[in-house]
Write a protein of this length. Structure first.
Length: 341
Protein backbone atom coordinates (compact mmCIF):
# COMPACT_ATOMS: atom_id res chain seq x y z
CA UNK A 1 0.00 0.00 0.00
CA UNK A 2 1.23 3.49 -0.76
CA UNK A 3 3.10 5.36 1.92
CA UNK A 4 1.38 8.11 3.91
CA UNK A 5 3.78 11.04 3.63
CA UNK A 6 1.93 13.25 6.12
CA UNK A 7 3.35 11.51 9.21
CA UNK A 8 7.03 10.97 10.02
CA UNK A 9 7.72 7.27 10.59
CA UNK A 10 11.51 7.67 10.64
CA UNK A 11 11.65 7.01 14.40
CA UNK A 12 10.71 3.40 13.74
CA UNK A 13 13.98 1.92 12.45
CA UNK A 14 15.39 -1.61 12.34
CA UNK A 15 18.08 -0.68 14.87
CA UNK A 16 15.59 0.89 17.30
CA UNK A 17 13.27 -2.11 17.00
CA UNK A 18 16.10 -4.47 17.93
CA UNK A 19 17.24 -2.19 20.76
CA UNK A 20 13.76 -1.83 22.24
CA UNK A 21 13.13 -5.57 22.01
CA UNK A 22 16.32 -6.18 23.98
CA UNK A 23 15.48 -3.45 26.52
CA UNK A 24 12.17 -5.17 27.26
CA UNK A 25 13.71 -8.64 27.40
CA UNK A 26 14.01 -8.76 31.20
CA UNK A 27 10.23 -8.67 31.57
CA UNK A 28 8.74 -9.62 28.19
CA UNK A 29 8.52 -13.26 27.17
CA UNK A 30 10.04 -14.29 23.84
CA UNK A 31 6.91 -16.23 22.93
CA UNK A 32 7.13 -19.48 20.95
CA UNK A 33 7.03 -19.56 17.15
CA UNK A 34 5.89 -23.05 16.19
CA UNK A 35 4.91 -24.95 13.04
CA UNK A 36 1.22 -25.90 12.96
CA UNK A 37 1.34 -29.68 12.43
CA UNK A 38 -2.15 -29.91 10.93
CA UNK A 39 -2.66 -32.08 7.85
CA UNK A 40 -6.10 -30.52 7.36
CA UNK A 41 -4.82 -26.93 7.34
CA UNK A 42 -1.92 -27.88 5.09
CA UNK A 43 -4.35 -29.46 2.62
CA UNK A 44 -6.59 -26.38 2.69
CA UNK A 45 -3.53 -24.17 2.07
CA UNK A 46 -2.42 -26.18 -0.96
CA UNK A 47 0.51 -27.82 0.78
CA UNK A 48 1.68 -24.59 2.36
CA UNK A 49 3.24 -24.48 5.82
CA UNK A 50 1.54 -22.49 8.58
CA UNK A 51 3.40 -21.27 11.66
CA UNK A 52 1.94 -19.70 14.79
CA UNK A 53 3.42 -16.92 16.91
CA UNK A 54 1.98 -17.69 20.33
CA UNK A 55 1.59 -14.21 21.77
CA UNK A 56 -1.34 -15.63 23.71
CA UNK A 57 1.36 -16.92 26.09
CA UNK A 58 2.69 -13.41 26.72
CA UNK A 59 2.42 -11.83 30.18
CA UNK A 60 -1.20 -10.70 30.78
CA UNK A 61 -2.40 -13.10 28.05
CA UNK A 62 -1.95 -10.80 25.04
CA UNK A 63 0.63 -8.87 23.03
CA UNK A 64 -0.53 -5.69 24.81
CA UNK A 65 2.10 -6.17 27.52
CA UNK A 66 4.81 -5.16 25.01
CA UNK A 67 3.45 -1.73 24.14
CA UNK A 68 2.41 -0.97 27.70
CA UNK A 69 5.83 -1.81 29.11
CA UNK A 70 7.59 0.04 26.30
CA UNK A 71 5.63 3.15 27.27
CA UNK A 72 6.01 2.70 31.04
CA UNK A 73 9.78 2.29 30.79
CA UNK A 74 10.00 5.47 28.69
CA UNK A 75 8.35 7.74 31.28
CA UNK A 76 10.74 10.51 32.42
CA UNK A 77 12.01 10.05 35.96
CA UNK A 78 10.30 13.25 37.13
CA UNK A 79 6.89 11.93 36.04
CA UNK A 80 7.12 8.43 37.50
CA UNK A 81 5.90 9.34 40.98
CA UNK A 82 2.45 10.34 39.64
CA UNK A 83 1.98 6.93 38.03
CA UNK A 84 0.03 5.99 34.91
CA UNK A 85 -3.49 5.80 33.61
CA UNK A 86 -5.08 4.05 30.64
CA UNK A 87 -8.44 3.66 28.90
CA UNK A 88 -9.55 0.26 27.66
CA UNK A 89 -12.29 -2.30 27.20
CA UNK A 90 -10.01 -4.89 28.76
CA UNK A 91 -6.69 -6.18 27.45
CA UNK A 92 -4.86 -2.85 27.44
CA UNK A 93 -6.05 -2.06 30.97
CA UNK A 94 -4.67 -5.39 32.18
CA UNK A 95 -1.39 -4.81 30.35
CA UNK A 96 -1.02 -1.23 31.61
CA UNK A 97 -1.66 -2.39 35.16
CA UNK A 98 0.95 -5.13 34.78
CA UNK A 99 3.49 -2.73 33.25
CA UNK A 100 2.96 -0.32 36.14
CA UNK A 101 3.46 -3.08 38.67
CA UNK A 102 6.71 -4.38 37.18
CA UNK A 103 8.13 -0.84 36.86
CA UNK A 104 7.04 0.18 40.36
CA UNK A 105 4.43 2.76 39.29
CA UNK A 106 0.91 3.31 40.60
CA UNK A 107 -1.95 2.74 38.17
CA UNK A 108 -5.51 3.96 37.83
CA UNK A 109 -7.04 2.40 34.73
CA UNK A 110 -10.39 3.35 33.27
CA UNK A 111 -12.43 0.52 31.81
CA UNK A 112 -15.75 0.50 30.00
CA UNK A 113 -18.59 -0.43 32.32
CA UNK A 114 -19.67 -3.15 29.88
CA UNK A 115 -16.22 -4.80 30.02
CA UNK A 116 -16.10 -8.51 30.70
CA UNK A 117 -15.93 -9.00 34.51
CA UNK A 118 -13.13 -11.51 33.91
CA UNK A 119 -10.96 -8.75 32.43
CA UNK A 120 -11.85 -6.25 35.17
CA UNK A 121 -10.76 -8.79 37.78
CA UNK A 122 -7.51 -9.40 35.88
CA UNK A 123 -6.66 -5.67 35.92
CA UNK A 124 -7.40 -5.45 39.64
CA UNK A 125 -5.28 -8.53 40.30
CA UNK A 126 -2.32 -6.70 38.74
CA UNK A 127 -2.68 -4.05 41.43
CA UNK A 128 -4.46 -1.28 39.56
CA UNK A 129 -7.38 0.78 40.79
CA UNK A 130 -10.11 0.21 38.20
CA UNK A 131 -12.59 2.98 37.43
CA UNK A 132 -15.64 2.12 35.32
CA UNK A 133 -17.20 4.56 32.86
CA UNK A 134 -19.58 4.37 29.91
CA UNK A 135 -17.98 3.09 26.68
CA UNK A 136 -16.28 5.44 24.25
CA UNK A 137 -15.76 9.11 25.03
CA UNK A 138 -16.60 8.96 28.78
CA UNK A 139 -13.91 6.30 29.33
CA UNK A 140 -11.23 8.38 27.62
CA UNK A 141 -12.46 11.58 29.30
CA UNK A 142 -11.93 10.07 32.75
CA UNK A 143 -8.41 8.96 31.81
CA UNK A 144 -7.73 12.48 30.54
CA UNK A 145 -8.97 13.89 33.84
CA UNK A 146 -6.62 11.60 35.77
CA UNK A 147 -3.78 12.71 33.57
CA UNK A 148 -4.58 16.41 33.98
CA UNK A 149 -5.52 16.51 37.66
CA UNK A 150 -3.17 13.84 39.05
CA UNK A 151 -0.30 14.17 36.60
CA UNK A 152 -0.53 10.53 35.55
CA UNK A 153 1.06 9.54 32.26
CA UNK A 154 -1.58 8.34 29.82
CA UNK A 155 -0.57 5.13 28.06
CA UNK A 156 -2.49 4.98 24.78
CA UNK A 157 -3.96 1.59 23.84
CA UNK A 158 -2.59 1.52 20.28
CA UNK A 159 -0.96 4.76 19.09
CA UNK A 160 2.55 6.17 19.52
CA UNK A 161 6.21 5.52 18.78
CA UNK A 162 6.82 3.64 22.04
CA UNK A 163 3.79 1.43 21.41
CA UNK A 164 4.96 0.59 17.88
CA UNK A 165 8.51 -0.13 19.04
CA UNK A 166 7.07 -2.45 21.69
CA UNK A 167 4.76 -4.41 19.41
CA UNK A 168 7.47 -4.56 16.74
CA UNK A 169 9.13 -7.14 18.96
CA UNK A 170 6.47 -9.65 17.90
CA UNK A 171 7.45 -9.30 14.26
CA UNK A 172 11.18 -9.20 14.97
CA UNK A 173 11.02 -12.40 17.02
CA UNK A 174 8.83 -14.14 14.43
CA UNK A 175 11.14 -13.32 11.52
CA UNK A 176 14.23 -14.18 13.59
CA UNK A 177 12.80 -17.54 14.66
CA UNK A 178 11.36 -18.41 11.24
CA UNK A 179 13.34 -16.54 8.58
CA UNK A 180 11.77 -18.44 5.67
CA UNK A 181 8.26 -17.01 6.07
CA UNK A 182 6.64 -15.69 2.89
CA UNK A 183 3.84 -13.83 4.68
CA UNK A 184 2.57 -12.85 8.13
CA UNK A 185 -1.13 -12.49 9.01
CA UNK A 186 -2.18 -10.17 11.84
CA UNK A 187 -5.52 -9.19 13.38
CA UNK A 188 -6.21 -5.45 13.38
CA UNK A 189 -8.10 -3.30 15.88
CA UNK A 190 -6.68 0.17 16.37
CA UNK A 191 -3.55 -0.79 14.47
CA UNK A 192 -1.05 -0.87 17.34
CA UNK A 193 -0.05 -4.50 16.75
CA UNK A 194 0.11 -4.64 12.98
CA UNK A 195 1.92 -1.31 12.64
CA UNK A 196 4.79 -2.53 14.81
CA UNK A 197 4.88 -6.02 13.29
CA UNK A 198 4.72 -4.71 9.72
CA UNK A 199 7.57 -2.28 10.34
CA UNK A 200 9.73 -5.00 11.91
CA UNK A 201 9.02 -7.49 9.13
CA UNK A 202 9.55 -5.11 6.22
CA UNK A 203 12.66 -3.49 7.71
CA UNK A 204 14.29 -6.88 8.34
CA UNK A 205 12.87 -8.95 5.48
CA UNK A 206 11.32 -6.71 2.79
CA UNK A 207 10.16 -9.63 0.66
CA UNK A 208 7.86 -11.03 3.36
CA UNK A 209 4.26 -9.94 2.87
CA UNK A 210 2.13 -8.58 5.73
CA UNK A 211 -1.66 -8.90 5.74
CA UNK A 212 -4.13 -7.39 8.18
CA UNK A 213 -7.49 -8.89 9.13
CA UNK A 214 -10.41 -6.82 10.45
CA UNK A 215 -13.99 -7.65 11.43
CA UNK A 216 -16.50 -6.46 8.83
CA UNK A 217 -18.17 -4.41 11.56
CA UNK A 218 -14.95 -2.75 12.76
CA UNK A 219 -12.91 -2.02 9.64
CA UNK A 220 -11.51 1.42 10.42
CA UNK A 221 -8.00 0.66 9.12
CA UNK A 222 -9.26 -0.74 5.81
CA UNK A 223 -11.38 2.36 5.32
CA UNK A 224 -8.53 4.64 6.40
CA UNK A 225 -6.09 3.11 3.94
CA UNK A 226 -8.66 3.39 1.15
CA UNK A 227 -9.27 7.05 2.06
CA UNK A 228 -5.58 7.89 2.41
CA UNK A 229 -6.14 9.28 5.91
CA UNK A 230 -7.38 8.08 9.31
CA UNK A 231 -11.15 7.76 9.53
CA UNK A 232 -13.56 7.16 12.41
CA UNK A 233 -16.49 4.76 12.13
CA UNK A 234 -20.01 5.81 13.07
CA UNK A 235 -20.54 2.51 14.86
CA UNK A 236 -18.77 -0.74 15.68
CA UNK A 237 -20.44 -4.14 15.56
CA UNK A 238 -18.32 -7.21 16.31
CA UNK A 239 -17.94 -9.91 18.95
CA UNK A 240 -14.19 -9.25 18.84
CA UNK A 241 -14.15 -6.44 21.40
CA UNK A 242 -10.34 -6.33 21.29
CA UNK A 243 -10.65 -5.33 17.62
CA UNK A 244 -13.32 -2.72 18.28
CA UNK A 245 -11.63 0.71 18.33
CA UNK A 246 -13.74 2.89 16.01
CA UNK A 247 -10.80 4.75 14.50
CA UNK A 248 -7.32 4.56 13.07
CA UNK A 249 -4.82 7.20 14.22
CA UNK A 250 -2.02 8.98 12.34
CA UNK A 251 1.11 7.00 13.22
CA UNK A 252 -0.51 3.58 13.04
CA UNK A 253 -2.16 4.52 9.76
CA UNK A 254 1.11 5.82 8.31
CA UNK A 255 3.01 2.67 9.27
CA UNK A 256 0.29 0.48 7.77
CA UNK A 257 0.24 2.56 4.60
CA UNK A 258 3.99 2.13 4.29
CA UNK A 259 4.39 -1.52 5.25
CA UNK A 260 1.13 -3.51 5.03
CA UNK A 261 0.52 -5.29 1.72
CA UNK A 262 -3.25 -5.69 2.01
CA UNK A 263 -6.20 -5.73 4.41
CA UNK A 264 -9.09 -8.21 4.40
CA UNK A 265 -12.33 -8.45 6.35
CA UNK A 266 -14.02 -11.38 8.08
CA UNK A 267 -17.48 -11.80 9.59
CA UNK A 268 -18.16 -12.65 13.22
CA UNK A 269 -19.27 -16.12 12.10
CA UNK A 270 -15.90 -16.60 10.39
CA UNK A 271 -14.09 -15.29 13.48
CA UNK A 272 -15.80 -17.93 15.62
CA UNK A 273 -14.89 -20.56 13.02
CA UNK A 274 -11.30 -19.36 13.23
CA UNK A 275 -11.43 -19.97 16.97
CA UNK A 276 -12.60 -23.51 16.22
CA UNK A 277 -9.67 -24.00 13.84
CA UNK A 278 -7.18 -22.98 16.51
CA UNK A 279 -8.88 -25.18 19.12
CA UNK A 280 -9.14 -28.28 16.96
CA UNK A 281 -5.94 -28.03 14.95
CA UNK A 282 -3.61 -26.33 17.47
CA UNK A 283 -5.36 -27.12 20.78
CA UNK A 284 -5.41 -23.42 21.67
CA UNK A 285 -8.26 -21.67 23.49
CA UNK A 286 -8.14 -18.07 22.23
CA UNK A 287 -10.21 -14.91 22.19
CA UNK A 288 -12.03 -13.75 19.02
CA UNK A 289 -9.21 -11.36 18.03
CA UNK A 290 -6.90 -14.34 17.54
CA UNK A 291 -9.61 -16.29 15.75
CA UNK A 292 -9.86 -13.43 13.27
CA UNK A 293 -6.30 -13.93 12.01
CA UNK A 294 -6.88 -17.63 11.37
CA UNK A 295 -10.21 -16.86 9.72
CA UNK A 296 -8.47 -14.37 7.45
CA UNK A 297 -5.93 -16.97 6.40
CA UNK A 298 -8.47 -19.73 5.73
CA UNK A 299 -11.02 -17.39 4.13
CA UNK A 300 -10.17 -14.29 2.08
CA UNK A 301 -6.38 -14.83 2.00
CA UNK A 302 -6.38 -18.52 1.19
CA UNK A 303 -6.21 -18.24 -2.60
CA UNK A 304 -3.30 -15.78 -2.66
CA UNK A 305 -1.29 -17.70 -0.04
CA UNK A 306 -1.66 -21.22 -1.47
CA UNK A 307 1.52 -23.24 -1.08
CA UNK A 308 3.36 -20.51 0.84
CA UNK A 309 4.98 -20.40 4.25
CA UNK A 310 2.64 -18.26 6.33
CA UNK A 311 2.96 -17.01 9.87
CA UNK A 312 -0.20 -16.30 11.88
CA UNK A 313 0.02 -14.14 15.01
CA UNK A 314 -2.10 -15.61 17.81
CA UNK A 315 -2.51 -12.28 19.57
CA UNK A 316 -4.33 -13.14 22.78
CA UNK A 317 -6.42 -15.45 24.92
CA UNK A 318 -8.16 -13.33 27.55
CA UNK A 319 -11.58 -14.93 27.52
CA UNK A 320 -13.72 -16.55 30.19
CA UNK A 321 -14.92 -20.13 29.87
CA UNK A 322 -18.63 -19.38 29.37
CA UNK A 323 -18.05 -16.85 26.59
CA UNK A 324 -15.51 -19.12 24.92
CA UNK A 325 -17.95 -22.04 24.97
CA UNK A 326 -20.71 -19.98 23.35
CA UNK A 327 -18.43 -18.62 20.63
CA UNK A 328 -16.94 -22.04 19.95
CA UNK A 329 -20.42 -23.51 19.46
CA UNK A 330 -21.27 -20.67 17.08
CA UNK A 331 -18.05 -21.32 15.22
CA UNK A 332 -18.82 -25.02 14.78
CA UNK A 333 -21.86 -24.05 12.74
CA UNK A 334 -19.65 -22.12 10.29
CA UNK A 335 -16.37 -24.07 10.36
CA UNK A 336 -17.21 -26.23 7.37
CA UNK A 337 -18.12 -23.18 5.30
CA UNK A 338 -14.83 -21.47 6.19
CA UNK A 339 -12.82 -24.50 5.09
CA UNK A 340 -14.71 -24.53 1.78
CA UNK A 341 -14.39 -20.79 1.10
Amino acid sequence: MGADNTVDISEITADLIRQRTEQLRAHIAHTPSIPLPSHLIRQVMGGGHVALKLECFQHTGTFKARGALSNAMSIPEADKKAGITAASAGNHAIAAAWAARVTGLSAKVVMQDNANPFRIARAEAEGAEVILRAPGAPTFAEAERLSTEEGRTFIHPFEGVNTALGTAGVGYEFISDMPDLDAVVVSVGGGGLISGIAAAVKLHKPGCMVFGVEPTGADSMSRSLAAGQPVTLDKVETIADSLGPPMALPLGHALCAAYVDDMVRVTDDQICAGMVALQQEAKLAVEPAAGAAMAGLLGPLRKSLQGKRVGVVVCGANIDAATYQAQLLRGMDHYGALLKT
